[in-house]
Each structure stands twice: as structure tokens, then as C-alpha cells.
Ligand binder design. Structure first.
Ligand code: HSE
Length: 308
């Protein structure tokens, strides 16, 4: 095999109470990528369609992630990458992670899989470092493993995958503004009161328990963020209204997707997820903000190999 075509899934990071440690993979939103084995050594980004992003390998998240992988193997050949971007950078659904994870996944396949998907997370994190200044794993982990992922530790890396509850759907609305992850990180405080930490780890532990036991009510009660959402939500137009109508429409809970501005809601069943989408749209229609809405089941496999 000399060429592979991939669907590189969008992801929701943080999921309210799990800042930098929790993420999930979406099923029907993502980029496409072609990775090709070529005689010329190194990594060349030959094409980016859909977004204006740097082609230079060292300035592109896919290029940087690919080089991190290639620094660990001896090869007599190189790789070309074509990226077809559907996920807008700065949207909060893992645009840089889709590219970083896709590049390392594709190269690993063409090399005959010397690395596990868990191993690939560390390489893909280097793309995230370029994008936001921090090598966080909460988008690249679900992109590579699928389902929900919990990053217990980044040094040494240990990520636990949790299969999604069978009736779980995500609704995501993206108001058409851009929020850079680096900016959204800069405004966060470096310390939190013990009382706030206690509330947050109570919710995080309960959310994980709810996912394993498919206890949707417990999941709903646990989708609460005492630390990041109060600060970042000021960057997102009508955040409180969108969250409120989502819960009124039946969502288990709602919050900021990654570093925003997208807002996500989780629901039991596709009908509720669709109702939530309609309620979210109404809010932005009233305030006159353009948006994209995605309704997706949780993708339990992560990046998918497409037929050529
Ligand atoms: N955990 C990261 C953040 C995710 O919230 O900054 C960015 O998508």
C-alpha cells in the first residue's frame, strides 16, 4: 500500500468538567486527508483545500506531527500529505487535532503499523503544541482512539478509552466567529480554590461512572464546569441562552466545545439531539449570528480509512 485516504474526525474536548483530560469523537464531521509514500525523504504537504493554512512542513500541524513520528523510525522514503479541510480552524471542534492525528495515523498505516494508536497520540500532540503552545491530548486522543477518552497523564502518556453509551448523541453549534485556543487559554487563571476543585473532580468522576454504567441522568448532572466555562463563556455570543434552551429542549447538559466558540450538548437519542439543534439555531437567528450545526452520534473508532 502506497497511498491511504482518511476521514479525520472532529472532536469535542473538555466536555464541561474535564478540562484538558476528556474528549469525544464525532462521527460525521471531519476533514479528509490523503497520505502517500514517495521516494523523496521527509514530509511534504502538497495541497490544502478549504482553508488558508501554511504548506511549510514545520509550520503545519500535520507536518510537525508527522516529523515527530518519523524521528522515531528509519525509513528510506518519505511522505506527501494532501489535506481537505472541512473543520474550520478556531471553531472549537479539533481542527488542528484532526490534521495532526490524521498525518500520524496515515503514515503509521503505510509503514505497516509499527506504533499502536495510543503511541500515536504523543506524536499528534506535537501538532497541538504548534497550534496552541500546549501539547494537550484531549482532542488528538479521541481522534485516534474513538469514543470518549480520558487522559490520566501526559508524562508518561496514559489514555483510557471509554465506549460511548449506545444512545448518546452530540449537537454542536458553531457561531461563525474564530476563537484561538492560545487566546482562550491565556485568559484562564492558574490557581483555583480547593472548594472549586472538589466540585470539579466530583463531577468528573461521576461523569466517567455515568459513561460506564450508561446512567444518562448521572451524566447530565455531571456536565458542569466550575472552572473554565465561567471565564471563557464571555467570549461566546449568547452562550447562556444557547445552554439554557438546549437543556429546556431535553439535552442532558451543554457547555463549551474545546476552547470555543462552538457550544456542544449531549442528548439521549437522535430526536432530542435534533430538537436541541433547532433550539440552538433559534437563539442565533434571533441575535443575527451565522452558524453551522452538527448532529452526530459518538464515533467509537476515531479516524476512518476511506475507499480510494
Ligand atoms: N483542552 C483544550 C482547551 C482543548 O480547552 O484549551 C482545545 O481544543
Amino acid at each position: 500500500m502506497n497511498e491511504i485516504k482518511l476521514f479525520c474526525t472532529a472532536t469535542i474536548a473538555n466536555i464541561s468538567c474535564g478540562f484538558d483530560v476528556l474528549g469525544l469523537a464525532l462521527d460525521n464531521v471531519g476533514d479528509e486527508m490523503v497520505v502517500r509514500k514517495v521516494a523523496k525523504k521527509g514530509v511534504t504537504i502538497t495541497k490544502i483545500v478549504g482553508q488558508d493554512l501554511p504548506l511549510e512542513t514545520h509550520k503545519n500541524v500535520a507536518g510537525v506531527a508527522a516529523l515527530a513520528l518519523l524521528s522515531k523510525v528509519d525509513t528510506e522514503f518519505g511522505f506527501e500529505i494532501e489535506i481537505y479541510k472541512n473543520i474550520k480552524p478556531g471553531s472549537g471542534i479539533g481542527s488542528s487535532a484532526a490534521s495532526s492525528a490524521g498525518a500520524v495515523y496515515g503514515i503509521n498505516e503505510l509503514l505497516g503499523k509499527p506504533f499502536s494508536n495510543h503511541d500515536l497520540i504523543e506524536f499528534a500532540m506535537q501538532g497541538e503544541r504548534l497550534a496552541s503552545g500546549v501539547a494537550h491530548a484531549d482532542n488528538v486522543a479521541p481522534a485516534l482512539l474513538g469514543g470518549f477518552t480520558l487522559v490520566r497523564s501526559t508524562d508518561p502518556l496514559e489514555v483510557i478509552k471509554i465506549a460511548p453509551p449506545s444512545e448518546m448523541y452530540a449537537t454542536v453549534i458553531h457561531p461563525q466567529i474564530e476563537v484561538k485556543t492560545s487566546d482562550a487559554r491565556e485568559i484562564l487563571k492558574n490557581t483555583i480554590p480547593l472548594k472549586t476543585a472538589i466540585a470539579q473532580w466530583g463531577n468528573l468522576g461521576a461523569l466517567i461512572s455515568g459513561l460506564y454504567t450508561e446512567d444518562y441522568e448521572l451524566i447530565g448532572r455531571s456536565l458542569e464546569d466550575k472552572i473554565v466555562e465561567p471565564i471563557r463563556s464571555i467570549l461566546i455570543p449568547a452562550f447562556d441562552a444557547v445552554k439554557e434552551v438546549s437543556i429546556e429542549a431535553g439535552a442532558l447538559g451543554a457547555g463549551i466545545s474545546g476552547s470555543g466558540p462552538s457550544i456542544f450538548a449531549l442528548s439521549k437519542g437522535i430526536e432530542t439531539a435534533q430538537k436541541v439543534g433547532e433550539a440552538m439555531k433559534n437563539v442565533y437567528q434571533k441575535v443575527g449570528i451565522d452558524y453551522d450545526v452538527h448532529i452526530s452520534k459518538i464515533n467509537n473508532e476515531g479516524i476512518k480509512i476511506m475507499d480510494n
